[in-house]
Design a protein around this ligand. Structure first.
Ligand SMILES: Nc1ncnc2c1ncn2[C@@H]1O[C@H](COP(=O)(O)OP(=O)(O)OP(=O)(O)O)[C@@H](O)[C@H]1O
Ligand SMILES: [Mg+2]
Length: 378
């Protein structure tokens, strides 16, 4: 167990600056997930923490000790990669023991370690098998076991489940969550999968072009994205983001925005820094639009309806935007393409971003109580 601190980490490859200046603290025992678009530097950051890559500038501390110059082994870090190559000619036992043998531990101690690891990962009955005699999920567990066997202070995972099919991923996701509960070790996990990020993380770090955009709990990032980037990145289907303007509203409070084609929406954001007519981006999540069928001369046109079994996505054309609006609907969904609909929403559910893509703060509303009410209604 250990806490990790990245201080002014800079990384360049040749002339290309991949990580300009990352500052980040990961607490002891925390499960932290890195997300961000392909190429934003997630793997690089993980490899820097592991010691597989040297930073160009800045320091890495583990438990308050500077480890920047230390080898991966000295850091006490275990890493599981996306392509987890097991040694095909070795049994499960030998694969897990491999790292320990390199460390020259004695035989009895190795057996003790491997058996304990196999027990945690439910691999006890498979120890004599070769990798080719295992399912994908079992192989994945062996790879995790190999990283775990040395009892690392920190476990790093780089998209460890991306090679597995959907049902195995769900199974392994649960296994990893259970593993974290049992070991209470610090885990840093890179994924493209929104569900993995939301369900596994104590804390999500959103990276954009090598910069930390926002750090927060899954709840904080979903409910209160601090920037347009995070609003568009967290959530699937993504938040509807529409061009708008600050409208007159009631008195000087500026409590409304105009969105061409959609109309005027009430908002509950702090617009003190803005003036009437200022351009903003208005964000509404797909599940927060209320949809009503309108007459043929009113509203907006439905261009597509996707049926997913448990819900449906209704795609609607907003003339000022290239991208279609998407509204999440319960099934059975009576809406069909070609129909016209009117959309509405609650003021509290409308996100507003200024011309610098920063979110306007919501008016204070006893957030703890609001959060509890939300959790209780799920
Ligand atoms: N050894 C290297 N030499 C030169 N450039 C590199 C090297 N490793 C990574 N890069 C570059 O650094 C950038 C970040 O790469 P990185 O692998 O960290 O991205 P990532 O966020 O993990 O992406 P993905 O989601 O696709 O795995 C990319 O532009 C990549 O091409
Ligand atoms: Mg990567």
């Amino acid at each position: 167990m250990a806490c990790v601190e990245l201080k002014n980490i800079n990384k360049t490859f040749g002339k290309e600056e991949i990580l300009p200046c990352v500052n980040l603290r990961i607490e002891d025992g925390e499960f932290v997930v890195f997300v961000g678009p392909s190429g934003c530097g997630k793997s690089t950051l993980l490899r820097l923490i592991a010691g597989l890559e040297d930073p160009t500038g800045g320091d890495i501390e583990i438990d308050g000790e500077v480890v920047t110059e230390q080898s991966p082994k000295e850091r006490g870090v275990g890493m599981v990669f996306q392509s987890y190559a097991l040694y095909p000619h070795m049994s499960v036992y030998e694969n897990i023991a491999f790292g320990l043998k390199l460390g020259k531990a004695n035989k009895g101690r190795i057996r003790e370690w491997v058996e304990k690891t196999a027990q945690v990962l439910q691999l006890e009955k498979l120890l004599d098998r070769k990798p080719r005699e295992l399912s994908g999920g079992q192989r994945q567990r062996v790879a995790i076991g190999r990283a775990m066997a040395r009892e690392p202070r920190i476990m790093l995972f780089d998209e460890p489940l991306s090679n597995l099919d959907a049902s195995l991923r769900v199974q392994m996701r649960t296994e990893i969550a259970k593993l974290h509960d049992r070991l209470q070790s610090t885990m840093i996990y890179v994924t493209h999968d929104q569900v993995e990020a939301m369900t596994l993380a104590d804390k999500i770090v959103v990276l954009n072009k090598g910069n930390v955009e926002q750090v927060g709990t899954p709840y904080e990032l979903y409910e209160h994205p601090a920037s347009l980037f995070v609003a568009g990145f967290i959530g699937s289907p993504r938040m509807n983001l529409m061009p708008g303007r600050i409208a007159a509203g009631a008195g000087s409070d500026r409590t409304q925005v105009d969105v061409d084609g959609l109309g005027t929406l009430a908002i509950n954001r702090d617009t003190a820094e803005l003036a009437q007519g200022d351009a903003v981006t208005v964000g509404v999540r797909p599940e927060h639009f209320h949809l009503e069928v309108s007459g043929p001369d009113q509203g907006l046109e439905v261009v597509n309806v996707e049926y997913l079994g448990n819900e449906a996505y209704v795609y609607i054309e907003l003339p000022v935007m290239e991208e279609l609006l998407v509204v999440r609907q319960p099934v059975p969904c009576e809406i069909t393409p070609g129909q016209r609909v009117v959309l509405s929403t609650d003021a509290d559910l409308v996100h507003v971003f200024d011309s610098n893509d920063r979110a306007l703060a919501a008016h204070a509303q006893q957030p703890e109580t609001a959060g509890l009410a939300e959790a209780a209604s799920r």
